[in-house]
Write a protein that binds this ligand. Structure first.
Ligand code: AKG
Ligand code: FE2
Length: 346
């Protein structure tokens, strides 16, 4: 057994935040996860969801109408900020809530919020941008670490692409920890260092904005109607929430009793940074946790002399599994519940 020497700045995001009852999600409780589901072997920093939004074509139509005739000086064409930071960002952008009609924007925001809550344990999102990339527009590598645990990019780019470039570029995690796996016999090229995701229409990309990322320069069209068009923002406020039969106060108290010792235990484990979201399936009959479902995991071990990266993650996940898997909620005759718990390590 290794000695657990290091104390680090682990913080469980639940200590300071309110509990949320996600009533509107109750109808969509998914099938039970397998009991004792194994923790993820590796962090996942990028998720891609095709055909994300049922209203994507209507958003596109709104854009197309506004820019249909370049000879028409409609007031609502005058909306873009040409955002240029030398050698860093060049694009057209405008706040999405002012660009789209209110009802359309709110429906999009609802879909994103529901996704964020259900899939990422995030209850909020930043105000979204609409961004348009004509010839020469790009974003050079950067990170958006403070903005929230996940960035999103929803593409409204025409399916028939009239330009080259425009991919979202995300540095592969191994590049940030290069030397342990360095192989002097192998050369590496762009595709080995960076993951490129094309802006396919209605594709939602969700990624860990701590990883250096950017947008490959668009080449080939100066027409906004044929350009790369995306809605972007960040999911924020990782907060526990529950669905099902449990009463809010009882759930909060029981969860607190499990997370307090977990927090203390994690503070003694090797330092890690990232967000782990786990969903507990709670039996109404017994109040016990029947299954843990690992929703997301961007946990990266920080260098610690006495731990390998795999050991560090293993210890952390074992502690979470033990403490949260052993949580006891009050039995509840009305049925089962789900408790979604984001754990923020910083
Ligand atoms: O549009 C993209 O693919 C990425 C956007 C981005 O990284 C940003 O706006 O900070
Ligand atoms: Fe970014």
């Amino acid at each position: 057994m290794r000695a657990l020497l290091r104390v680090h700045r682990t913080q469980i995001g639940i200590a300071t935040r309110g509990y949320a009852r996600a009533t509107r999600l109750q109808r969509s409780v998914p099938a039970a996860a397998a009991p004792g589901q194994e923790p993820p072997a590796e962090a996942v920093h990028l998720r891609i969801h095709e055909r994300f939004y049922a209203g994507a074509a209507a958003l596109r139509e709104h854009f197309d109408k506004r820019f249909a005739n370049p000879l028409e000086a409609r007031a609502d064409r005058f909306c873009w900020d040409f955002w240029h930071v030398e050698n860093q960002y060049t694009l057209l952008r405008t706040p999405a809530d002012r660009f789209f009609p209110r009802v359309q924007y709110e429906a999009l925001e609802d879909a994103l919020l529901e996704f964020g809550e259900r899939q990422l344990g995030c209850r909020g999102m930043s105000p979204a941008w609409v961004a348009c990339y004509v010839d020469g527009c790009r974003q050079e590598l950067h990170t958006d670490a403070p903005h929230g645990p996940w960035a999103f990019v929803l593409s409204l780019t025409p399916a028939q692409r009239a330009f080259a470039g425009g991919d979202t570029l995300l540095m592969q995690p191994h590049v940030l920890n290069y030397w342990p796996s360095f192989d002097p016999s192998a050369g590496l090229e762009m595709k080995h260092l960076v993951t490129a995701v094309e802006p396919a229409f209605n594709r939602l990309i969700v990624f860990d904005p701590r990883l250096p990322h950017g947008v490959r320069a668009v080449e080939g069209t100066r027409d906004p109607r044929r350009a790369r068009l995306v809605v972007t923002g960040w999911f924020t406020e990782p907060t526990p929430f529950f669905t099902g039969a449990l009463a809010e106060g009882a759930a909060a108290q029981a969860l607190g009793e499990a997370t307090r010792p977990l927090s203390e235990e994690l503070a003694e484990l090797p330092p890690c940074a990232g967000t782990v979201v786990v969903r507990l399936r709670v039996s109404g009959a017994t109040g016990g946790v029947e299954a843990l479902e690992w929703l997301t995991d961007t946990l990266v071990p920080l260098p610690a002399a006495e731990y390998s990266a795999a050991d560090a993650r293993g210890e952390v996940f074992a502690a979470i599994q033990r403490r949260l898997g052993g949580a006891r909620f009050p039995p509840c005759a009305e049925g089962d519940s789900e408790v979604t718990v984001p754990l923020v390590f910083e």
